[in-house]
Design a protein around this ligand. Structure first.
Ligand SMILES: C=Cc1c2[nH]c(c1C)Cc1[nH]c(c(CCC(=O)O)c1C)Cc1[nH]c(c(C)c1CCC(=O)O)Cc1[nH]c(c(C)c1C=C)C2
Length: 571
């Protein structure tokens, strides 16, 4: 039985919510030109880029316009972008190494896609009560510190306090007394926001670790307005982030149910709630899960997407087809000429959905992932948990390799490997490698990763399997002033392409897999009917300075409906 379920899960203020795609329905102007008025749907659509944003755009658009011919252009030999899972044979069986993102949090658009692609049977969950979900560590200054879980004990706090990680935490209590920022301050870095409102030590010791785990970025460069959007707008509205948060809760019915949101996000959340139906059992599992992935790794998702779009017969995926140029055909013809291939050829499209990067908008960081496997016979013992993150403040001698964190994959993810043992991923680089002209070789990377796990985890033995992967320029950095640059960018492409070029992907919608899929879903929703003829580019959200509102999380879909029922005695 399929029941309607709203299954957005918690999205903390650390998550990037400021860049959800716009709701083109709000844009009323519809420019009609000679060519465009002749068809009621875009006959030919190009999707630029075959990563998860491109493939999910192709999937949604092929359903929205079943008569359109869709072509996906991918520069590389393979589709899937940064999502890559590798099955490696080891003694007695196999293990799955993830070279990029490895797990998903519950989010409606992605969950629905998983369901439509018939992947539910292959989902493997990490439930919220599992040690992997509860135990997260920060390495500081020379040891692992467990972060407070749902019910932290006194000894948790004592050991954290001893490590020095909590120095400056008193600033949180004093935060409501800190004067509101000057009206003229249009953005500041995440580091400076925390320093101004709480304490610099908390920024360097705690917040920088979390930002390593999401952006592999430098909190002294990343934008608070974009990446701390909740806190930023709470301060603007109430004068204080923490005080404002509690004041805002007075407007709700349930404890902690209110959050700040951009009106566009509210509209998108409502649309998802209305339009998306999830399988009852799947929804229940998602509500209990901290994260999930697939038995053969996250790559299953992009492979299933590719098969599904190709099965339609209307979508062609062309690999090894780098995009050379995209230009308006011009002279009254609104179509876009896309030149692709190493021996360039040009075709005209009624609509182009681009996931390609725009270098002027954000810098990128490079991350090296080193997967290590130790068989059960190895004298290796790691704490049960998700893994650990390394803050910017860790002394150089404790982290000369500039690792960002280590994931305990064998503890964090179950159901992928046919053998026991210890599986780890060391993540290195990120902003530490900014401006480097050359990166470590695979051999050097492996040696560096082994040195990290030896120093931090006491693992002195050799892994029996490993894989080193360099993802060059993989995570865009939403640095100071990002939203202003995005706004100028949106105006530029709207003027140039008159609405026929739409953008989506990790440079615009948030850096996570869920962000890219939700962005694609919403972008395609905006193309419906004659929406594809409207003069916008998918970034209308940043085009208007509108006030953020306090809303019930439920209205955004961020509510675990099933849990809420229990909480309120089954109402
Ligand atoms: C390849 C490296 C990546 C780093 N961050 C991201 C990638 C793809 C993107 C990302 N990671 C997380 C989020 C938050 C939202 C979410 O979907 O959970 C985002 C947008 C959280 C996260 N961080 C790590 C893991 C395993 C997860 C869960 C999601 C996932 O599988 O990516 C660990 C981790 N990620 C990075 C580093 C340096 C790191 C360190 C242990 C960079």
């Amino acid at each position: 039985m399929r029941l309607k379920r709203h299954v957005f899960l918690l999205e903390s203020s650390l998550r990037h919510v400021a860049l959800r795609p716009l709701l083109p329905a709000l844009s009323s102007r519809c420019s009609r030109y000679r060519y465009s008025s002749s068809t009621s749907y875009p006959e030919r659509i190009a999707v630029l880029g075959g990563g998860v944003a491109g493939l999910s755009s192709a999937y949604f658009v092929s359903r929205e316009f079943p008569n359109s011919k869709v072509t996906v252009f991918e520069a590389g030999k393979e589709i899937g972008g940064w999502i890559k899972s590798k099955r490696v044979e080891v003694e007695g069986g196999h293990v799955v190494f993830e070279l990029g993102p490895r797990t998903l949090r519950s989010a409606t658009a992605t969950a629905h896609l998983v369901q439509e692609l018939d992947l539910i049977k292959d989902v493997t969950y990490t439930f919220k009560d599992a040690p992997a979900a509860k135990n997260r560590y920060i390495y500081y200054p020379d040891r692992l510190n467990r972060l407070p879980a749902e019910r932290p004990s006194l000894s948790d706090f004592i050991s954290l306090a001893r490590s020095g990680i909590l120095s400056g935490a008193l600033g949180i209590v004093k935060e409501p007394l800190i004067p509101q920022r000057a009206y003229a301050l249009s953005d500041e870095t995440v580091g400076s926001f925390i320093e101004r409102r709480i304490d610099k030590r908390i920024a360097n010791n705690v917040v920088s670790a979390v930002f390593h785990g999401i952006y592999a970025g430098d909190i002294w460069q990343l934008s608070a307005k974009t990446l701390f959007s909740q806190l930023w707008h709470l301060e603007a509205k109430y004068g204080s982030a923490l005080g404002g948060f509690f004041k805002m809760q007075n407007e709700g019915q349930y404890p902690m149910e209110m959050m700040m949101a951009h009106p566009y996000d509210i509209e998108m959340g409502r649309a998802m709630n209305e339009e998306i139906e999830l399988d009852d059992e799947f929804a229940k599992n998602l509500a209990r899960a901290s994260t999930y992935t697939f038995k053969n790794g996250l790559q299953q998702l992009v492979e299933a997407l590719k098969s599904a779009v190709e099965k339609t017969g209307n979508v062609e995926v062309r690999t090894e087809s780098p995009v050379q140029t995209t230009k308006p055909v011009g002279d009254g013809d609104l179509r876009i000429a896309v030149t692709t291939g190493t021996t360039p050829s040009t075709e005209n499209f009624d609509l182009v959905i681009s996931t390609l990067r725009s270098p002027s908008l954000t810098p990128y960081v490079t991350v090296m992932t080193i997967n290590l496997y130790y068989p059960p016979s190895s004298p290796v013992s790691i704490p049960e948990g998700f893994g650990y993150l390394i803050p910017q403040s860790v002394p150089f001698e404790q982290n000369p390799e500039r690792a960002l964190g280590v994931i305990f994959d064998s503890s964090a993810i179950s159901g992928q490997d046919s053998v026991d043992g210890t599986k780890l991923t060391v993540m290195m680089g990120g902003h530490w490698w900014d401006g480097w002209e050359a990166y470590p070789t695979e051999e050097e990377g492996l040696d560096m990763a082994k040195a990290v796990v030896k120093r931090h985890l006491g693992i002195a033995v050799e892994p029996t399997a490993h894989h080193v992967n360099l993802s060059k320029d993989c995570i865009p950095q939403y640095t100071l002033g990002y939203e202003d640059r995005l706004c100028a960018f949106a105006v530029g492409i709207e003027n140039e392409f008159k609405g026929r070029l739409r953008v989506v992907g990790n440079q615009f919608n948030g850096v996570g897999v869920n962000d890219c899929i939700a962005g694609a879903w919403n972008l395609v929703r905006g193309l419906r009917g004659q929406g594809w003829k409207e003069r916008n580019c998918g970034l209308e959200r940043v085009r208007r300075e509108v006030g953020w509102q306090a809303v019930r999380a439920r209205e955004l879909g961020y509510v675990r409906k099933i849990e809420r029922k229990k909480w309120k005695g089954g109402r």
